[in-house]
Ligand binder design. Sequence first.
Ligand code: FES
Length: 115
Amino acid sequence: MVSSAALVADLLGFDPDAPHRVGLRPSVAEALARAAPGDVVPARDGETAVAVVVLPDGRAFAIDDRCPHDGGQLSDGWLDGDRLVCARHAWEVDPCSGRCDRRPWDIVPVRRLVR
Ligand code: FES
């Protein structure tokens, strides 16, 4: 039997326990080619689910698609200035460094992309 919380999380697409469907995502290069400044889009880096983030100034990063709080997909989030906001509980992650002020010891892997 599926719990109501799991069902709601799944319907909203925020189930941190669900495997990321990495194979269905575009590659980082494909996602980056389509992304505009201010965009946050899901992509895959090999077998790793990532979020491609293009800051308003055009700098671009690929950050592992897992929030340090509770595993939400960062690619469901949005940018608030230069901060990546997780859609689940609005924790903020610096997409340049992978640091989260609320959990500074848990750095999310990130790499700079060249357009
Ligand atoms: S899972 Fe990202 S803020 Fe909670």
